[in-house]
Ligand binder design. Structure first.
Ligand code: PXL
Length: 290
């Protein structure tokens, strides 16, 4: 039976406290009218960015049975969206899941969660970088941040970069398989009070850029929020540049709401305060075509 609302398989961990991964993905996509079917890769007491002694329950051994049950039920998805994956074995299993559940009209979105600010996250082993380079071939869209893009291309991290060089990175990443590449947190070569999101669609050869004000703070989970809005927006039928604008505007509003309260960064952004913004039409667009 055809389902009336778009349905997304969300392959992420569930971190109980700190607003990251599934606790960000589910509310954003549900608010945007998308049915979320979680395929949880691990359960953690908190995310790993800033809490000592977190409890980590690895679900790798259960994933194949879980997927097998979905298969036996004949469930189909309009989008498969994957985020934080804990081990090469998980990448292997989730690659099999994508290959088995893939349909021609479906969107496969891979957020290659590995690190930020030039470093890998503490829970990410360096062996994951090579695995991730192969895994992104399965995607229609990838959304690395600037650090992850450098790791995927095996380019040493620098804290400044010119626009033409980012365009070259985008093209080189699409050559690895995904038709569309979106790089977030790109440093602005002209101003250190701004960053930008840059994107390239290799099918129509167009580059897009959306500037964001730099706010001197780092909340975990904002990458998960950004990609979730991109997925929701594209599932609603928006174009790529409108999806970029919606995601940048939503995350900027969430950061501003939290920063204004001097909210502890490790607890994530005050998502619940801004979720309603996702119901509003896009009033102003700031995207540029390059
Ligand atoms: O937001 C990315 C993410 C997802 N899942 C876990 C994390 C992080 C980033 O720190 O620790 C468990």
């Amino acid at each position: 039976m055809r389902h009336p609302d778009p349905r997304v398989a969300a392959v992420h961990d569930l971190s109980g406290f700190g607003r990251a991964s599934l606790t960000v993905v589910i509310p954003i996509l549900s608010t945007m009218g998308i049915q979320v079917c979680p395929l949880p890769t691990a359960v953690l007491s908190t995310h790993t960015g800033g809490f000592d002694g977190y409890k980590f329950v690895d679900l790798t051994e259960h994933l194949e049975e879980y997927i097998g049950h979905w298969k036996s039920l004949g469930i189909g998805f309009d989008c498969i969206y994957t985020g934080f994956l804990g081990s090469p074995k998980q990448i292997d299993i989730v690659s099999g899941f994508i290959e088995e559940f893939r349909t021609p009209e479906q969107l496969v979105v891979i957020d290659p969660v590995m690190g930020d600010d030039g470093c890998l996250y503490s829970a990410v082993d360096s062996s994951m970088v090579g695995e991730m380079r192969g895994y992104i071939e399965l995607a229609d869209i990838i959304t690395p941040n600037y650090t992850e893009a450098a790791y995927l291309l095996d380019i040493p991290y620098r804290d400044s970069i010119g626009e033409e060089e980012v365009k070259d990175w985008l093209i080189r990443l699409t050559e690895r398989g995904p038709g569309t590449v979106i790089i977030t947190s790109v440093p602005d070569c002209k101003s250190n009070s701004a960053t930008s999101v840059m994107a390239y669609n290799s099918e129509d050869g167009r580059f897009w850029k959306v500037k964001c004000d730099y706010i001197p703070t780092k909340f975990p989970g904002t990458g998960d929020g950004f990609t979730s809005v991109i997925v929701g927006s594209l599932m609603q039928g928006d174009s790529l540049p409108i999806a970029l604008d919606r995601a940048v505007q939503f995350i900027s509003a969430a950061i501003r709401a939290s920063y204004g309260h001097k909210y502890p960064e490790r607890e994530g952004v005050l998502l619940e305060r801004v979720l309603g913004n996702l119901k509003m039409p896009v009033m102003t667009c700031t995207y540029e075509i390059l």
